[in-house]
Design a protein around this ligand. Structure first.
Ligand SMILES: *[C@@H]1O[C@H](CO)[C@@H](O)[C@H](O)[C@H]1NC(C)=O
Ligand SMILES: *[C@@H]1O[C@H](CO)[C@@H](O)[C@H](O)[C@H]1NC(C)=O
Ligand SMILES: *[C@@H]1O[C@H](CO)[C@@H](O)[C@H](O)[C@H]1NC(C)=O
Ligand SMILES: *[C@@H]1O[C@H](CO)[C@@H](O)[C@H](O)[C@H]1NC(C)=O
Ligand SMILES: *[C@@H]1O[C@H](CO)[C@@H](O)[C@H](O)[C@H]1NC(C)=O
Ligand SMILES: *[C@@H]1O[C@H](CO)[C@@H](O)[C@H](O)[C@H]1NC(C)=O
Length: 909
């Protein structure tokens, strides 16, 4: 194996050659989409579809689609294809969602023929990419509901017919400047076109057209719209009135040039919802509010508000959701007590403002409020009165406030509360702290302070979901309650909570989901030689561990009979990383369906690890480097999981992985997505890389047989020769010859078992260093014992057969020597001729089927950077196979002792 590892060393600076021709498609079941979602970001595919595929770097569509299962219902294609040929998708009649992130310039209607079930069609691209659409491009897509152009410029198109069932049209991130243009492109939108009827759309999304600033009057005459989105454009909300829309319910103008509440637009359309986030409003005039009575939902987040007009809620009696997050409000005065009127508001978002205190009457007029978000403010304490009257409140978020104390009985006025968030607070819990919240409270997120006086933690027993953040300190918190009979979801961040491992199944008998975040697993792991997870939770279905990268050894998750999904993340020790085998991470998990590993230090996957994972369907390996898929998997492959994703992960450039390439192409059952950019970087830090599989297949003779080996060897020779061309002009031919001879001789030598070495040491050196060789080396090695070692050296200038080609001489003599000794100096390394000779020596050595021992002697210290790449091979040598010739006489004995030991001779006196 050593030799095969060394061989790649020759390739250190070769250009990429042939590519690996596997498809660049990622296929997933919709239910597993979250596992690989980042690969589907370009196309908004829907996880409710049973089977999805995303293909990248598509240049030949026909070829790319050959790799896609015909039953996919969602397909996303990205690449540089310019045209779609007729019937391009005829093999996918069941397609429901299609995203095309190609460089299409024209769409022929025949291209989409047969997509009678298509519901959503996305064209994705760049603004500079002009897309031409013939009028009947979409005419036959009878099921199409959502048509989206995310990027491509449609300017120049005229009279494109909309598919009959269209409900949503997006022209986003495109070159649109005038809404009027849209009506020219899609005349169906406006009244008076051939159809006669005014079109109705659920949504028209024109956001992110950052040149969009005009709306010619009556541009969308007669159109009935549910929602109009103009976010991130230069439009003003007020201009919407002039579009001539017959109906509009929701208007979204986030991050536009809107500077005041568009009161006229609200009144004109009797808008239900208005989204004004990230605008420059700053202040709301009471007069403007007068015409906003129709609004049910109002978004004013990030609008620079410093105060609210006193009659805000009274002016909008139908308001249900009000979003005031990320403003600069120091106080809120929503309830005025003159009128005593109450608001119907049921969701109020005041997060990320500058609220310091809340006066007792703040929410007094909101008896219908169900959701109150106050996280990310400056609240230090809360008076018991403040939530008075919120009898329907279900969700209260107080996270991210510097809360120190909560008044006694502060939760008492909230009988309906189900969800409470108290994370990222600074609460000091008093010893007698008793968290007996409302009867209905079932979802609690709580931060435990890391103070000196730890107490028994009293929590409501009826909790169904609990998230505890507890920094570990000297003392641990204890749970006062012995049992949480209905707790299903538990998240623990930090190990500040003490839980007896033996009884954990009695404490949490109903636990289904467990997340352990930000700590090492050691506390939950057996400490003898077998290191396994101690929590026995018979009903647990989902387990996620996100470590802190401090555990020196892995903890095997095993013995959880109901576990269906396991995610292990950031477990590899940062200080002492060590390669981990899969069986050290997972054991007996008979119902496990999904295994997701990221940064665990995983190296080897072998069949043994899959023994206890009989139900595994999906394996995701992410952020793991140098993976080795053991050959035992090949026989095991019928039992391998159905989907394997090797995402931001790399396979090791080792012959052990050579079987994977051919197997991938004919693997009958397992779909493997492997990051197509798998490269062999044979030398750490080396710059040149080769595609992994062709490389391994051609350089690992075990898998390929002699014929292939010969073929690949010819390739190898050719490759080696390329860079030499630059440096050594004609001498490369000589080099090739020598290399080939060395290999041939080695081959002969292998057959001839009784092969005897003609020389003990072949000395490769440059003329500049001849002095040292003749005056120092030669006497010591060739001199008669006891002064010398009596070895037989081969010196080029002395022992080469006269008249014979130099390359022949080098090759033959090297093959006839037991040891090759390379003498290196800085001067030598700067001489092209000498570099060639040395390269020849190292290459011959590596190419020979029976490599001799290689020793390097540096006549002076040479820094790594001065070494040409091939000499960094020294690093690949066994430790101690090189030595520096010392300047000081007294240290020379050490040198000779080293050389003697390498040559099998006793030290020289
Ligand atoms: C695309 O691939 C198909 C099948 O692999 C092949 O027949 C066709 O010639 C290729 N087209 C181009 C333009 O290369
Ligand atoms: C659309 O359907 C009609 C009738 O079914 C057919 O004649 C026409 O060729 C189709 N057009 C395209 C582009 O497939
Ligand atoms: C308020 O707006 C922010 C920013 O868009 C959003 O993240 C948040 O979910 C909204 N709040 C509610 C209650 O919808
Ligand atoms: C509410 O009424 C009290 C007295 O009844 C008055 O002092 C206070 O200013 C009023 N608050 C508001 C916001 O009008
Ligand atoms: C509990 O509440 C948090 C918000 O504080 C929410 O993110 C989480 O999904 C809820 N959990 C359950 C099980 O309802
Ligand atoms: C475990 O439960 C047993 C009885 O059910 C009890 O005696 C023991 O103290 C408990 N151990 C821990 C660590 O809570």
């Amino acid at each position: 194996m050593g030799r095969h590892l060394l061989l790649p060393g020759l390739f250190l600076y070769l250009p990429l050659t042939a590519g690996w021709t596997a498809s660049n498609c990622l296929v997933t079941e919709g239910s597993r989409l979250p596992l690989v979602s980042r690969f589907f970001l370009v196309c908004p595919l829907d996880s409710s579809l049973p089977l999805l595929a995303a293909c990248y770097s598509v240049t030949n569509l026909t070829q790319a689609l050959e790799a896609v299962p015909q039953s996919v219902e969602g397909l996303c294609l990205a690449g540089s294809t310019l045209f779609l040929h007729p019937d391009a998708f005829s093999h996918f009649p069941g397609l429901k969602v299609l995203g095309l992130n190609l460089r299409l310039t024209q769409l022929l209607p025949e291209a989409l023929r047969g997509l009678g079930q298509l519901k959503q069609l996305f064209f994705i691209g760049l603004r500079t990419n002009h897309l031409f659409l013939p009028p009947d491009a979409f005419g036959n897509l009878s099921s199409l509901q959502h048509l989206a152009f995310l990027g491509p410029c449609l300017d120049g198109n005229l009279g494109v017919r909309l598919p009959p069932g269209l409900q949503r049209l997006d022209v986003k991130n495109s070159c649109l400047q005038n809404v009027g243009k849209l009506a020219n492109i899609f005349p169906d939108l406006v009244l008076g076109s051939s159809s006669g009827e005014a079109w109705t759309l659920d949504m028209l999304d024109l956001s992110f057209n950052n040149g969009l600033k005009m709306a010619s009057p009556g541009a969308l005459q007669g159109l009935k719209l549910g929602t109009l989105r103009l976010d991130h454009t230069k439009m003003e909300a007020a201009a919407v009135v002039g579009l001539g829309l017959q109906r509009l319910d929701t208007l979204s103008v986030i991050k536009t040039d809107t500077a005041e509440l568009p009161a006229r637009a609200v009144a004109h359309f009797e808008l239900q919802e208005l989204n004004l986030g990230s605008t420059l409003i700053g202040h709301i005039a009471l007069e403007a509010l007068a015409s906003c009575y129709s609004l049910r939902r109002l978004g004013l987040e990030s609008s620079g508000l410093t105060d609210l007009p006193p009659g805000l809620l009274a002016a909008m009696p139908r308001l249900q959701r009000l979003n005031l997050s990320s403003n600069q409000l120091q106080s809120v005065m929503l309830c005025t007590n003159e009128t005593g009127a109450v608001s119907g508001l049921w969701a109020l978002d005041l997060s990320k403002n500058g609220l310091h205190t809340l006066s007792p009457a703040t929410f007094s007029c909101l008896p219908h409020l169900r959701e109150l978000l106050l996280q990310g403010n400056q609240l230090v304490c809360l008076e018991g009165q403040v939530f008075q009257g919120l009898r329907r409140l279900e969700m209260l978020d107080l996270g991210g406030n510097p809360l120190v104390a909560l008044g006694d009985g502060w939760l008492a006025p909230l009988p309906a509360l189900t969800t409470l968030n108290l994370l990222d607070t600074r609460m000091v819990l008093s010893p007698g702290w008793d968290f007996q919240g409302p009867e209905s409270l079932h979802n609690l997120s709580l931060q435990l302070p890391s103070g000196p006086s730890r107490v028994a933690l009293s929590l409501p027993m009826r909790l169904r979901s609990l998230e505890l953040h507890a920094a570990s300190g000297r003392e641990h918190w204890k749970l006062a309650s012995n049992v949480f009979p209905v707790l299903q979801t538990l998240t623990l961040k930090g190990w500040g909570l003490q839980l007896g491992t033996q009884n954990v199944s009695e404490i949490f008998p109903a636990l289904l989901q467990l997340s352990l975040l930000g700590n090492s697993l050691e506390a939950l792991c057996s400490q003898d030689t077998s290191s396994f997870f101690l929590w026995q939770l018979p009903r647990l279905q989902y387990l996620r561990v996100w470590g802190d990268r401090h555990s020196p050894r892995p903890c095997c998750i095993t013995g959880l009979p109901s576990l269906r999904e396991l995610k292990l993340q950031a477990l590899q020790s940062r200080a002492q990383p060590r390669p981990v085998r899969l069986e050290e991470l997972v054991g007996e998990l008979p119902r496990l369906e999904v295994l997701h590993l990221a940064q665990t230090g995983l190296e080897t996957l072998s069949a043994a690890a899959f023994q206890g994972l009989g139900s595994l369907q999906v394996l995701v390996l992410d952020w793991e480097t140098g993976l080795v898929l053991d050959g035992s998997l090949q026989e095991h492959s019928p039992q391998m999981p159905q989907y394997m994703y090797i995402l931001t992960a790399s396979l090791a450039c080792q012959c052990a992985n050579a079987w994977v390439g051919p197997w991938l192409e004919r693997s009958p059952r397992t779909y493997i997505h492997i990051n197509s950019n798998q490269l062999c970087q044979p030398e750490p830090g080396g710059r040149s890389k080769n595609p992994l599989f062709p490389f391994l297949q051609s350089h690992c003779p075990k898998t390929s047989g002699l014929g292939l080996f010969l073929g690949s060897f010819a390739l190898l020779l050719l490759l080696i020769s390329l860079p030499l061309l630059q440096e050594a002009r004609n001498s490369w031919i000589l080099y090739l010859q020598a290399l080939f001879r060395a290999w041939l001789q080695g081959l002969r030598g292998r057959r001839d078992e009784g092969h005897r070495f003609l020389y003990d040491v072949f000395v490769s050196h440059c003329r500049q260093d001849q002095g040292w060789v003749v005056w120092e080396l030669l006497p010591a090695l060739e001199g008669c014992p006891p002064a010398g070692w009596g070895l037989r050296l081969c010196l080029p200038e002395r022992d080469f057969e006269p008249g014979k080609d130099v390359a022949d001489n080098v090759a033959e003599n090297m093959a006839s020597s037991r040891v090759v000794l390379c003498v290196l100096s800085r001067q030598a390394l700067n001489t092209p001729r000498c570099r060639l000779e040395l390269r020849l020596a190292t290459s011959l050595l590596l190419a020979a089927p029976q490599p001799p021992v290689l020793l390097l002697v540096f006549l002076e210290p040479v820094s790594r950077h001065q070494l040409p790449r091939y000499h960094r091979l020294a690093r690949l040598l066994r430790r101690g196979d090189y030595c520096v010739w010392p300047k000081e006489d007294e240290r020379k004995d050490e040198f000779w002792a080293w050389l003697g030991s390498r040559l099998g001779k006793p030290g020289l006196g």
